[in-house]
Design a binder for this molecule. Structure first.
Ligand SMILES: NC(=O)c1ccc[n+]([C@@H]2O[C@H](COP(=O)([O-])OP(=O)(O)OC[C@H]3O[C@@H](n4cnc5c(N)ncnc54)[C@H](O)[C@@H]3O)[C@@H](O)[C@H]2O)c1
Length: 309
């Protein structure tokens, strides 16, 4: 199949694109490279790989990128509550309007995957299934939710609401909670944690890639629905994540009762039963991913652009 991956040079894209090529697909990436990253350089030699350096806010560039592909995996976004808070106008233009540009450029027969987020739920009581009311707390969650709605209204689409990703990737992000905890534990030997009992939910970046490959294979049975993607085994508190890291490396943890609270006030538990009913489950545990991060970050320079903020 011919697949367009917007934002294919990002954290998830840099793991997804090589796997799609390996599976025999032709892959076109549309990415404006806002972090000056270059994780896909090795693929330029591959005749099944095509790269367009442009912006999803550019309607003409979007039309060209979408033309002739069978599947669109839309990842491009300003990602995370802090990055969106820093520039809410940009977040609106990219996350919402950019998505609408892609939707408008698509034909009815093109299969659309939207990368949504658990951030659309906000702070909720009880367990998040896909049909509870959404209550985003941040510009990030709000722009992503409206974009998700635009995609689903157009049809022939699947929206995946991902848990927080973790694990190594060619374009690494250390601003994701497990990655951040491991980096601070290794480098600063100290971690200050607000709201330690807040429950969050996680998924390894390679399981996100598996979810896309699964979705392409099962599109007709799954289409026109929203799915949480993660694992109930990885609904964990921040304190539990910190302890998983401390079982492997020594460092000091301080729990803050007062002071500046975490700006990301998500505290939620998520059900992954809907996608499980189609036969999808994650494979990589937090324990395994944390060990991978410890080993990998030891081999990484301390300086570098490994964050969206
Ligand atoms: N990583 C997570 O934990 C997570 C969780 C839930 C959902 N998601 C969603 O998955 C997608 C990918 O996330 P990620 O972690 O890989 O983020 P990322 O920031 O690493 O990647 C985003 C990519 O989009 C590109 N981009 C940004 N603005 C663009 C524009 N205007 N035009 C073209 N390209 C642009 C960036 O250059 C980057 O390569 C996002 O849509 C995000 O909302 C991620």
């Amino acid at each position: 199949m011919k697949i367009l991956v917007t934002g294919g040079a990002g954290y998830i894209g840099s793991v997804l694109v090589p796997e799609l090529l390996k599976a025999g697909h032709k892959v076109r990436v549309l990415d404006s490279l806002i972090y000056n990253q270059n994780p896909l350089l090795l693929h330029f030699i591959d005749e099944n790989f095509e790269f367009i350096k442009d912006d999803i806010r550019n309607v003409e560039a979007v039309k060209k990128a979408v033309a002739g592909v069978d599947v669109i995996i839309h990842l491009a976004a300003i990602v995370g509550a802090p990055a969106c808070k820093r520039d809410p106008k940009l977040a609106e233009e990219v996350n919402y309007t950019g998505t609408v540009n892609i939707v408008n450029a698509c034909t009815d027969s093109q299969k659309f995957f939207f990368a949504s987020t658990g951030s659309v739920y906000g702070k909720v009581e009880g367990i998040c299934t896909e049909d509870i009311p959404t209550n985003p707390l941040s510009e990030y969650g709000d722009t992503k939710l409206r974009a998700e709605q635009a995609v689903m209204q157009a049809g022939n689409a699947i929206a995946y609401r991902f848990a927080t990703a973790f694990g190594l990737a060619p374009r690494l992000r250390l601003d994701l909670l497990p990655n951040d905890f491991v980096a601070k534990a290794l480098r600063e030997k100290y971690l200050l944690i607000y709201d330690k009992d807040f429950k969050r939910t996680f998924v390894h970046v390679r399981d996100i890639v598996r979810a896309y490959i699964f979705g392409i294979e099962h599109f007709d049975a799954m289409k026109n629905e929203v799915y949480n993607v993660g694992s109930e085994k990885m609904n964990r508190t921040k304190e539990e994540i910190a302890n998983l890291v401390r079982e492997r490396i020594p460092f000091e943890i301080e729990y803050a009762e007062k002071g500046i609270p975490d700006p990301d006030q998500r505290d939620y538990e998520v059900s992954y039963q809907k996608i499980a009913r189609h036969g999808f489950d994650t494979e990589i545990s937090l324990e395994k991913g944390i060990q991978e991060l410890i080993d990998g970050l030891n081999a990484l320079p301390e300086q570098g652009r490994f964050s969206n903020v």
